[in-house]
Ligand binder design. Structure first.
Ligand code: SAJ
Length: 411
């Protein structure tokens, strides 16, 4: 089959590689010329483990190439981002809508269209109507959301179960067939609205669960106990499974998907919205913790360990570390970051700092020589925003999210 993949990002590119591996002729389409050139040279424009080799193989074999022009094909996969509009809780569907124009020029009655982007309920039906109006054709269309975890995309794109929701049963069946060719997990068939909701409630589940953990961490701080220890023991119960508190929830999915789920719902005081707010406030709790020691941050230098939104990645989208840094700068502090995946500034980040804050759980931080690095600091204070250390490194005073025990021991 001749397949076109619109959007060569974290999801579009791996999807294009898998479709090419299956034996289809795939052309990836992107407006970004740099991305197109990179893909055509067999170089990944996105940082993701285990992507380079299969990409190079598919490009060299001739199954995959990229272009700035959307060429005619049999099937079109749309993998563009759906962020929130600036300063709002509403989805920005402009990237998706702008894909409809070039698509309407090439689509036929028997074309297959797959939407992988995460969207508010009802969007696939709306896009289908828009495309029919613009093109005067009645193609097949289904929503099939990506469910892969950044850092494990190449593994999970094959192993994870998929859900396919068509605008009609024929669309569902045709699109399921395309995924069954390379997906080892089950492929669930449903309608497009259900598929859209499935995706949104998966990330909402995770976000609400983290919010409960964050709420518990604040309670534990007040009670003077270690939330991580309490959660770990509670999780030994066969029907309890808490996630972990921390400096905040970042990335391109959890901070927005719960809002997409409720954006057209009348009820406003949902647990979902409250959970979002709790998670959005977590970077501020780090600043509050710091202010127990330094009320005025104006002359202080603060080092931040980690710039990425989570450990093991260089992705900084909605990163809580950056939110902490921006707020500190607003309050007059001088901020420097060290991130082994982005910019390695280990010594200068510690140098003359009054405090270092762990904002990202990169495993590399556990191996840092705090004893030596501490000598560079003006004051040896560590705020562990990711529950990485069970005890303070030698010679350090340490506070942490959910670590009431450490705070109390200092009183
Ligand atoms: N986090 C915590 N506590 C935890 C777990 C995570 O504070 O116990 C924080 C992380 O530090 C990070 C944020 O949450 O800042 C999000 O990280 P994540 O690992 O929970 O999720 P993502 O955004 O990398 O990927 C999620 C996944 N969704 C689910 O697990 C339900 C992935 O499978 C989705 O495909 C992806 O969103 C997506 O693209 O929708």
């Amino acid at each position: 089959m001749e397949i076109r993949v619109i959007g060569l990002g974290y999801i579009g590119l791996p999807t294009a590689i898998m479709l090419s591996k299956t034996g289809h002729n795939v052309v990836g389409y992107d407006i970004d010329k740099n991305k197109v050139n990179k893909v055509n040279s067999g170089i990944s424009p996105v940082e993701e483990p285990e992507i380079e080799e299969p990409l190079r193989e598919e490009v060299e074999d001739g199954g995959l190439r990229a272009s700035n022009n959307l060429e005619k094909g049999d099937a079109y996969f749309i993998s563009v981002q759906t962020p929130l509009k600036d300063n709002s809780d509403e989805a920005d569907l402009s990237y998706l809508k702008s894909a409809i124009d070039p698509l309407s020029e090439v689509v036929e009655d028997d074309s297959i269209i797959v939407i992988e982007s995460t969207v508010p309920p009802g969007t696939t039906e709306d896009l289908y109507k828009l495309l029919k109006e613009k093109s005067n054709k009645s193609p097949y269309m289904a929503h099939c959301p990506e469910r892969v975890m950044p850092g494990k995309i190449m593994k999970e794109i094959v192993e994870n179960p998929r859900v396919v929701g068509g605008v009609d049963p024929e669309s569902t069946e045709l699109v399921s067939g395309l995924f069954r060719d390379f997906v080892e997990g089950d492929v669930y068939e449903t309608d497009s609205r259900t598929s859209e909701v499935v995706k949104l409630i998966e990330n909402t589940f995770r976000d609400v669960n983290i919010a409960i953990a964050n709420e518990i961490s604040l309670i534990c701080e007040e009670l003077g106990i270690n939330a991580y220890e309490a959660i770990e023991i509670a999780n030994s119960h066969p029907r309890v499974n808490y996630l972990y508190p921390g400096a905040g929830v970042g990335g391109h999915c959890l901070p927005k998907d719960p809002y997409l789920l409720i954006q057209n719902i009348e009820k406003n005081d949902t647990i979902i919205r409250k959970s979002r707010k709790r998670n959005e406030e977590m970077p501020k709790t780090i600043i509050k913790t710091l202010k127990r020691t330094f009320n005025n941050l104006k002359t202080k230098k603060i080092g931040i360990l980690g710039k990425a939104y989570k450990g093991g990645t260089d992705d900084t989208r909605n990163s809580p570390s950056i939110k902490i840094g921006n707020e500190l700068e607003k309050q007059g502090a001088k901020v420097e970051y060290h991130d082994p995946y982005i910019d390695s500034n280990i010594e200068s980040t510690f140098k003359n700092s009054s405090c270092v804050i762990i904002g990202t759980d990169h495993p590399e931080f556990l191996d840092l020589d705090f004893n030596e690095l501490g000598k560079l600091m003006e004051n040896r204070l560590l705020i562990d925003g990711r529950g990485m250390f069970s005890e303070p490194p030698e010679g350090f005073k340490m506070f942490g999210v959910g670590r009431g025990d450490l705070f109390d021991s200092d009183k």
